[in-house]
Ligand binder design. Structure first.
Ligand code: SF4
Ligand code: FES
Length: 249
């Protein structure tokens, strides 16, 4: 396959960016999208040019690092698929592909297609944890948890923190991400002691980082590579209201 790539190039967060056009030649359909970019970068390096900066780590859909808007859709628009799991067989020979970074005020561009997602780390630091004394791993059945509750918590824990939900949302809302973390811990007995403090602190931090609010459009759920359901956002709202009641506000 031969493809034309229109890639966003930007020196740093302060510099203006622009699209530049590259040819990707002899692309093998079984390559992943990131492998295709690796080949383009090899060619750029061989010519002494600056390679395209993009993020990746695990390349198997678990780390949340890959973050490309492909043809206008975060992760390329294949259900439950992160950019690193997207294969070139989904594209046609001769096609032009547009590649951009996540675009949100809270995710400033570091370079080209790399954005700074440390805002998510600060939201987690605000409350996305359980304070326990570390020791030996407890016996698996020491704390009985109904199977359906455990499964709901695990489904929420599947969020990889990629930020596609933010990139897809016209309000740049982080609600799907925050709600997945809150649901994960609020459902489990281990999350109860800090349950209400957690939701208030994490929502406040998301606001402080500049993420927008949710207007229930559902783009976040549609692009999420882990198919986190938007129903988590309703759960987060209930948790937040309960927290205010508990605090007597
Ligand atoms: S909710 Fe989905 S899209 Fe949002 S950060 Fe988590 S895995 Fe990524
Ligand atoms: S590189 Fe880890 S999820 Fe894509």
């Amino acid at each position: 396959m031969n493809l034309t790539l229109k890639v966003w190039r930007q020196k740093d967060s302060g510099a203006p960016g622009q699209f530049e056009t590259y040819q990707a030649r002899d692309v093998i359909p079984d390559m992943s999208f990131l492998e295709m970019l690796d080949v383009v970068n090899e060619e750029l390096l061989a010519k002494g040019k600056d390679p395209i900066a993009f993020d990746s780590d695990c390349r198997e859909g678990i780390c949340g690092m890959c973050s490309l808007v492909i043809n206008g859709v975060p992760h390329g628009g294949h259900r439950g698929t992160a950019t690193c799991q997207l294969h070139m067989r989904h594209f046609k020979d001769g096609e032009t592909i547009t590649i951009e970074p996540w675009r949100a005020r809270a995710f400033p561009v570091v370079k080209d297609l790399v954005v700074d997602r440390s805002a998510f780390d600060r939201i987690i630091a605000a409350g996305g944890y359980v304070s326990i004394n570390c020791g030996g791993a407890p016996d698996g059945n020491a704390i009985p948890i109904p199977k359906d509750v455990a499964e709901q918590a695990m489904d929420s824990a599947a969020c990889i923190g990629c930020g596609a939900c933010v990139a897809a949302c016209k309000n740049a809302s982080a609600h799907l991400f925050v709600s997945a973390k809150i649901a994960h811990l609020a459902l489990l007995p281990q999350g109860q002691p800090e349950r209400y403090r957690r939701v208030v602190a994490m929502v406040a931090q998301a606001d402080a980082e500049g993420f927008g609010s949710c207007s229930n459009e559902g783009e976040c759920e549609a692009v999420c590579p882990k198919e986190i359901p938007i129903s988590n956002i309703a759960r987060m709202t209930r948790e937040y209201v309960k927290a205010l009641v508990v605090a007597g506000k």
